[in-house]
Design a protein around this ligand. Structure first.
Ligand SMILES: CC(C)(COP(=O)(O)OP(=O)(O)OC[C@H]1O[C@@H](n2cnc3c(N)ncnc32)[C@H](O)[C@@H]1OP(=O)(O)O)[C@@H](O)C(=O)NCCC(=O)NCCS
Length: 180
């Protein structure tokens, strides 16, 4: 059954919220980055058309209860994205994903966003398992997942080509230990 809902997750410094058409120009400025494209499905270069596709696509996926991939708002501007992807109601599980624009990295924003996403997934959406898939050499992202208690469950060799090299992906999981 499809449903439409507004999701707003308030942290100490950030707000996670659905992207709007008016975010398109900002999205182009922060997402047009080879580093993001290396580790996420976002294209590089990243155009206004790409931004519009993502804004429409994420809204559509939220309305279909398939994913909740939200903008990270800080100081009234979008600085990245984070949320639940590939949500499975039958399995009560979802992937987590995140990226932060380069001017805003190293300030704990991804960590703060992931904490909000975990709380949303486990407490509000009543999921039992969250998982993240990360390339073996993405040590910052691995540190973020491990910092929130995610544990390694699988290695997927030759998962993708990065800078001409076949790299291994790691799958991390986090289980909801509160009663369903
Ligand atoms: C990975 C990414 C989201 C991190 O965002 P961020 O907001 O800079 O992350 P945080 O500031 O929350 O840092 C998380 C941890 O990594 C550490 N860290 C941050 N930048 C680092 C760097 N350049 N080198 C080493 N460690 C670093 C931080 O110290 C922190 O560890 P701590 O909590 O133990 O102090 C961001 O670099 C990014 O968008 N990269 C490209 C896309 C991507 O890789 N997405 C994830 C796909 S799985």
């Amino acid at each position: 059954m499809s449903r439409s809902k507004k999701v707003e997750l308030f942290g100490e410094r950030i707000l996670l919220r659905g992207l709007r058409e008016t975010d398109a120009d900002t999205l182009v400025k922060i997402a047009n980055d080879a580093e993001i494209s290396k580790y996420t499905p976002l294209p590089f270069p990243f155009s206004l058309t790409d931004a519009e596709k993502i804004i429409g696509g994420t809204r559509n996926a939220m309305n279909r209860d398939k994913s909740y991939f939200l903008g990270i708002e800080f100081d009234e501007t979008i600085i990245g994205m984070a949320g639940l992807l590939n949500l499975s109601r039958p399995d009560k599980s979802s992937e987590v994903g995140y990226w932060v624009g380069k001017d805003y990295r190293g300030k704990g924003f991804a960590t703060e966003a992931l904490k909000l996403v975990i709380d949303f997934g486990f407490r509000e959406e009543q999921l039992q398992k969250l998982w993240g898939r990360v390339t073996e050499n993405n040590s910052v992202s691995i540190a973020i997942l491990e910092g929130q208690g995610f544990y390694l469950v699988e290695r997927i060799p030759k998962a993708r080509m990065i800078d001409g090299v076949l790299t291994t992906d790691l799958v991390y999981e986090l289980t909801n230990h509160s009663p369903p």
